[in-house]
Ligand binder design. Structure first.
Ligand code: GLC
Length: 564
C-alpha cells in the first residue's frame, strides 16, 4: 500500500513533464526494481581454505569486487549440508551450512559484511525435494505408518514390478524408484537421491515455511525458489502424453509434462510463502520459472500481485538466436503484458551453457558479449548475472566421460555432457588456478584461456568486457531516464538494429541502439534536435556528439546516448 501511495506522489510531482512522455513513467519504489542480482555458485567462486572447493569466506573476501561491479544482491546457490549428489540441490539439513562451505557464523558474517556494502543476500530455497538422506525421508521410508509416512509421494507399483505410471525424471529414466524397505515406489522429478515432497500435506508446508523464517531471521533478503513449478503432480497419476516422437538425451520418451509441471496448486503455495516473507520488510521472492509464454509468466506474479515479485523470464535469454524481432517481441511483452510488474531477465545460470558459447560465432565473440551486456542492462528490467559472465567466461565442457562430475553428464554422455562446463572456477587473475584456490587440484578444472580473461586483467583495461559491464550498471543506477523513466521501442520495422528510448521525468531522453549483425549498419532517428552525446558505446567515445539522422553503428555495436 505504502509503495502505491509513494508511486502516486512521484507521478503527481513530475507533473507536465511526465505527461509529455509517450510511455508512462514507472517510478522505482523497491530496491529490487531495475536491480542487478548476481548468482554465485559457491563451489566455484573462491576457495579460502585450500581444498579446491569454494566457500562462504571466499564470497566475503570478494564483496568489494561485487560492490564495485554495482550489484544490488547476490543469490547464492545451496550452501546447506548435502551429500552433494546434485551439488547442493539435495539438502539433508535445511538449517545449517555444509562444513565444506563454512559455518553459520561465517554465513552471518557474510550477510553483515554484504550489508555494509549495500548488497543483499538471497538464499536458494529447494522446496520440491530433499535429499534421500534427510531425516524426514529416512523416517518416511521406514514404514507405511510413521508420522512422516505421507511427507513424500509414495505409491504402489503396477503388477510385475512396474512403476505406477509413465512419468519420466527430468534427469533421465522413470521418475519412480522402488524402495524395498517400505515396499512402495517414491516419486523423484530429479535424481533418485532427491525424493519429491508431498506438498498436499499441510505439515510439509508448515515445516518449509519454518525454514524460510529461519533464514530470513539470519538476514537474507529473500529466496530464489528452485524448480518451483514442479511442486505438485496429478493425484490420479494419469500417464503423460508423448509430446514429440523420438527419445530424450537419456533414451526415454519425450512427454509433455502436463501432469507433473506447473499445476494450478503451485499458486496456493506461492501465496502462502509470500505471506511468510512479507512478515520481513523489503523481502523478495525470485522464481526459477521456465514457463512457455508471457501469459504463464504473468500468473507467477499472482492474480493480485501476491506471489513472486521476480519470476525469471526464461523466454528472453535462452533463444540462442541473435534475432532483433524476437528480442523486440520479448521486451514489448514485458512492457505491455505483465501488468506493470518488473521482468527478471537472464542469460546465464548454472544449468545452461554460457551465453558466450550459445550466442558467440567464434569470430566476434567479445563484440557479441558486449552486445548481450547492452541488451541485458539497458531495458526496463531487473537483471540476473551469473558469476564470470561479466568477464566473458566460456564453457569448459568435459572432454571425456570419466572426467564428468554432474551425474546427468555421466548418464546422458555424449548427447548430454552435464553442467560442469558452466560451473568452472571464477577467473580472478593469471596465477595458479586463476587465483580461485591454492589447491593442487580444483573440484572442476579452471577453463583454459583464463590468463587472457580474468578480473585482474580486465579491471585495468578500459575496453574490457568487465569495464563495459561496470559502466552500463553505473549508468542504469544513476541515469534518471533509465531509472523509472518512460520506455519506448522505436524503429520497429528494422530487423537488424534494436532501438529504444528512455524519457526521464524532466523530458531528457536517452537513445539505445544495438546492431545485431556482423556488418556496419546505418540508422536514422528523428528524435530531439537530431544529435546525441555518447554516454556509453562500443565504437564512439563517451562525450562524442553523433548525428542521429545518420548514425553509423559498428558490427554488433552498442550505442547509448543522451539525445540533444
Ligand atoms: C534446479 C536447479 C538445478 C537442480 C534442479 C534440481 O533446476 O537450478 O541445478 O539440479 O533444480 O534441484
Amino acid at each position: 500500500m505504502r509503495k502505491r501511495v509513494l508511486a502516486l506522489v512521484l507521478v503527481l510531482l513530475c507533473g507536465a513533464a511526465c505527461r509529455r512522455a509517450s510511455q508512462p513513467l514507472k517510478p522505482i519504489t523497491e530496491w529490487w526494481e531495475q536491480a542487478v542480482v548476481y548468482e554465485i555458485y559457491p563451489r566455484s567462486f573462491a576457495d579460502t581454505n585450500g581444498d579446491g572447493v569454494g566457500d562462504l569466506n571466499g564470497i566475503t573476501a570478494h564483496l568489494d569486487y561485487l560492490r564495485d561491479l554495482g550489484v544490488d544482491a547476490i543469490w547464492i546457490t545451496p550452501f546447506y549440508p548435502s551429500p552433494q549428489v546434485d551439488f547442493g540441490y539435495d539438502i539433508s539439513d535445511y538449517r545449517d551450512i555444509d562444513p565444506q562451505y563454512g559455518t553459520l557464523a561465517d554465513f552471518d558474517r557474510l550477510v553483515a559484511e554484504a550489508k555494509k556494502r549495500d548488497i543483499r543476500v538471497i538464499a536458494d530455497l529447494v522446496l520440491n525435494h530433499t535429499s534421500d538422506k534427510h531425516p524426514w525421508f529416512v523416517e518416511s521410508r521406514s514404514s507405511r505408518a510413521n508420522p512422516k509416512a505421507d511427507w513424500y509421494v509414495w505409491r504402489d507399483g503396477k503388477p510385475n514390478h512396474q512403476p505406477p505410471n509413465n512419468w519420466q525424471s527430468l534427469f533421465g529414466g522413470s521418475a519412480w524408484q522402488y524402495d524395498p524397505q517400505r515396499g512402495q515406489y517414491y516419486y523423484h522429478e530429479f535424481y533418485k537421491e532427491q525424493p519429491d515432497l508431498n506438498w498436499r500435506n499441510p505439515d510439509v508446508r508448515k515445516a518449509m515455511y519454518g525454514v524460510a523464517r529461519f533464514w530470513m531471521k539470519h538476514g537474507v533478503a529473500g529466496f530464489r525458489l528452485d524448480a518451483i513449478s514442479r511442486l505438485f503432480e496429478d493425484p490420479q497419476l494419469r500417464d503423460e502424453p508423448v509430446a514429440e516422437p523420438g527419445v530424450n538425451a537419456y533414451g526415454g520418451p519425450i512427454l509433455n509434462g502436463q501432469y507433473t509441471d506447473n499445476l494450478p496448486e503451485v499458486h496456493d503455495v506461492l501465496r502462502e510463502l509470500r505471506k511468510v516473507t512479507d512478515e520481513f520488510p523489503d523481502s523478495v521472492l525470485i522464481g526459477e520459472t521456465y514457463l512457455p509464454n508471457v501469459q504463464e509468466l504473468l500468473k507467477a506474479y499472482g492474480s493480485k500481485d501476491d506471489e513472486l515479485q521476480l519470476p525469471m523470464d526464461m523466454q528472453f535469454g535462452m533463444t540462442n538466436r541473435l534475432s532483433v524481432p524476437d528480442f523486440r517481441a520479448r521486451l514489448k511483452e514485458a512492457e505491455t503484458e505483465l501488468r506493470g510488474n518488473v521482468p527478471l531477465l537472464v542469460f546465464d545460470n548454472h544449468d545452461n551453457t554460457r551465453s558466450w558459447n550459445r550466442y558467440g560465432d567464434g569470430v566476434h565473440d567479445l563484440a557479441i558479449a558486449k552486445l548481450l551486456a547492452g541488451l541485458l542492462l539497458t531495458p526496463r528490467a531487473t537483471v540476473q548475472l551469473y558469476y564470470g559472465e561479466e568477464i566473458g567466461m566460456e564453457n569448459n565442457d568435459p572432454k571425456r566421460k570419466e572426467d564428468v562430475k554432474d551425474p546427468i553428464g555421466k548418464l546422458g554422455w555424449p548427447a548430454q555432457k552435464g553442467r560442469d562446463g558452466e560451473r568452472t572456477p571464477m577467473q580472478w587473475d593469471a596465477r595458479l588456478n586463476a587465483g580461485f584456490s591454492t589447491a593442487k587440484a580444483t573440484w572442476l578444472p579452471v577453463a583454459p584461456g583464463y590468463q587472457a580473461r580474468n578480473v585482474a586483467l580486465e579491471e585495468k583495461d578500459p575496453d574490457s568486457l568487465l569495464s563495459f559491464y561496470k559502466a552500463l550498471i553505473r549508468l542504469r543506477r544513476e541515469n534518471p531516464a533509465l531509472r523509472g523513466g518512460g520506455f519506448e521501442l522505436i524503429d520497429e520495422k528494422d530487423d537488424n538494429v534494436l532501438s529504444y528510448l528512455w524519457r526521464a521525468a524532466d523530458g531528457k531522453t536517452v537513445l539505445v541502439a544495438l546492431n545485431f549483425t556482423a556488418s556496419p549498419r546505418e540508422a536514422s532517428y528523428n528524435v530531439g534536435r537530431g544529435q546525441a552525446t555518447t554516454l556509453i558505446s562500443t565504437f564512439a567515445k563517451a562525450g562524442q556528439v553523433v548525428d542521429l539522422k545518420n548514425l553509423a553503428l559498428a558490427p554488433y555495436g552498442v550505442f547509448v546516448g543522451q539525445v540533444e
